[in-house]
Design a protein around this ligand. Structure first.
Ligand SMILES: Cc1cc2nc3c(=O)[nH]c(=O)nc-3n(C[C@H](O)[C@H](O)[C@H](O)COP(=O)(O)OP(=O)(O)OC[C@H]3O[C@@H](n4cnc5c(N)ncnc54)[C@H](O)[C@@H]3O)c2cc1C
Length: 404
């Protein structure tokens, strides 16, 4: 799959005399930037996506698949997730591109009364009924149902929480499918072009962005920052404050198991850091919150041996029936922004009238892409903030927001 991309020099050579003016300029060509470009272009907005490297170069790219998971998500995100669950199954047709989406169902395993005040068998019923009420159908499975469905699972598991609408999808393919569809609708993608700053007038109205090589790109209506970990720095000159976010480098592993991995669901665990996806070729993709660390030499993340071992040990404990596990691949190079209360900020930047930021996904921003893009596009289009976006304000963190 190929998206027709321009570098700045290619663009300016092939469009001599054309003003770099768009209704909306989006900074960052990950899944959120590309999906928003599609939703806006579909509604006849002129849009440019400016990407420092290549599309899906950071959290939205890489090997394997990502979880499209509502189960055990922060309940403030459930409304967006219920909406996303409606879109995922038909997204490939709509985009006329690959998404790799499979509705596997999601299962969280409950092993014991967990430490702390959440989790455990008793809390499972409350979680299931709350999720169901919030639009995510959820069932509690007893031990026998879990053992019947997962023959290789540990006999220490006591129950499971099942969400039939959860699934997995290919993050990189979906991001590129969004970009292709956006481009067919007229969106312009400019890669290898770093945005150095947002240009503002007095009163906080943004007029566009300036690239690291000094070119100006005009935004007639809005600038949207979907640059994930770089978002905090980019909005700094508009806002003057700092975002309560920080970069993390989530770890993802690919393993081959001795015995066929009969784990048909996107599987997580109530009290262990574990997320399991079985890929088409029966390889086990393993993650669940284990992290790598920043490598100053490459400027990217790198794996930590103790965390590789820890993640694999958790898998062995919970699925002893998998037998020997061979590590095929380990990666922690891609950065993700984590927010202080573990839900994103999707709002107009304080001090501005038309700069919007969407960042701070805290490790689970992928599944929300279709619904965030639709709601954000509707907000930009109509000027009315959809209620599904209301939990994600600056003001919840005592930071004042502007108007769109
Ligand atoms: C290993 C791993 C596993 C994950 N698993 C899941 C999962 O199972 N389920 C789930 O829901 N989520 C998951 N996530 C999180 C999810 O992938 C991210 O939340 C989501 O992809 C973020 O998309 P984005 O478009 O906001 O950011 P990104 O994809 O990071 O895109 C930001 C883009 O901005 C560009 N950029 C930065 N600075 C500038 C600049 N100055 N000028 C121009 N461009 C710039 C970057 O190059 C980058 O391409 C996972 C993340 C990782 C890393």
């Amino acid at each position: 799959m190929k998206v027709l991309l321009h570098s700045w020099s290619q663009w300016s050579t092939s469009h001599k005399g054309v003003h770099m003016q768009f209704d909306v300029v989006i900074v960052g060509g990950g899944a959120h930037g590309c999906a928003l470009a599609y939703e806006l272009a579909k509604n006849n907005r002129s849009v440019a996506v400016v990407e420092a490297r290549s599309l899906a170069a950071e959290a939205s790219g890489g090997f394997g698949k990502r979880g499209v998971r509502a189960n055990f998500r922060d309940i403030r995100e459930m409304r967006l997730m219920a909406e996303a669950h409606e879109h995922w199954p038909r997204l490939a047709d709509e985009l006329e591109g690959e998404t790799g989406y499979v509705r596997t169902g999601g299962l969280f395993l409950v092993e014991k009364e967990a430490v702390g005040t959440t989790g455990g068998v008793v809390a499972s019923k409350v979680r299931a009924s709350t999720q169901t009420r919030l639009g995510i159908p959820t069932e509690v499975w007893d031990q026998k149902q879990v053992f019947d469905a997962l023959p290789t699972v540990s006999n220490a598991i006591r129950c499971g929480i099942y969400t039939p609408q959860d699934g997995i999808a290919s993050h990189e393919a979906t991001t590129l499918s969004y970009a292709n569809a956006a481009q067919r609708n007229g969106a312009v993608f400019i890669e290898n072009t770093t945005v150095a700053g947002i240009n503002t007038q007095e009163g906080g109205h943004a007029t566009g962005v300036t690239t690291a090589t000094g070119e100006a790109i005009v935004a007639r209506q809005s600038v949207v920052v979907t640059a994930n970990v770089a978002s905090a720095g980019l909005i700094g000159n508009v806002y003057g404050g700092s975002l309560p976010t920080w970069p993390v480098y989530p770890q993802a592993l690919l393993l081959k198991s001795q015995h066929k991995p009969e784990i048909p669901f996107l599987t997580g665990h109530d009290s262990r850091s574990l997320s399991i996806k079985i890929l088409e070729n029966d390889l086990v993709m393993l993650s669940g919150g284990w992290r790598g660390q920043y490598d100053p030499e490459t400027g990217r993340g790198t794996t930590i041996q103790a965390n590789l071992d820890g993640n694999i040990a958790e898998l062995r404990t919970v699925f002893p029936g998998l037998g020997e596990l061979e590590l095929i691949r380990a990666e922690a190079s891609r950065s993700e922004s984590s927010c202080i209360d573990q839900i994103p900020i999707i709002d107009v930047v304080p001090g501005s009238t038309n700069v919007v930021v969407a960042a701070g996904w805290s490790g689970h921003g992928w599944a929300l892409v279709p619904s965030v893009a639709r709601n954000l596009a509707a907000w930009i289009h109509t000027g009315h903030k959809p209620s599904a976006l209301k939990p994600f304000t600056f003001s919840r963190l005592s930071l004042e927001a502007g108007q769109c």
